[in-house]
Each structure stands twice: as C-alpha cells, then as structure tokens.
Write a protein that binds this ligand. Structure first.
Ligand SMILES: [Zn+2]
Length: 45
C-alpha cells in the first residue's frame, strides 16, 4: 500500500494499491493514481 497525497494541496488521501481516482475533500481535485506503474506520487512530505 502506498501513501497517496493530493497532487494539488498535499492532503493525505489515504493508502491505496492499484488504480483509483480519489477526490480530494479539501480542494476537490481528482487525483488519479496507479501504484502499479508509479511509486508514491508524493513520497516526500
Ligand atoms: Zn487537495
């Protein structure tokens, strides 16, 4: 499982494995993730 953060505001969205789309509850941005193809998009804090 990878820690996924919003690519826009950096809010922690949760831990995911595989592909998903998560809407950030803070800035409403849709984050598309694919943990099979890329490592944590925002590993650094
Ligand atoms: Zn956000």
């Amino acid at each position: 499982m990878l820690e996924i953060r919003c690519e826009h505001c950096g809010r922690l969205l949760g831990f995911f494995l595989g592909r998903a789309q998560i809407k950030c509850p803070r800035c409403k941005r849709i984050n598309t993730i694919d943990t099979e193809r890329q490592r944590a998009p925002v590993a650094a804090r």
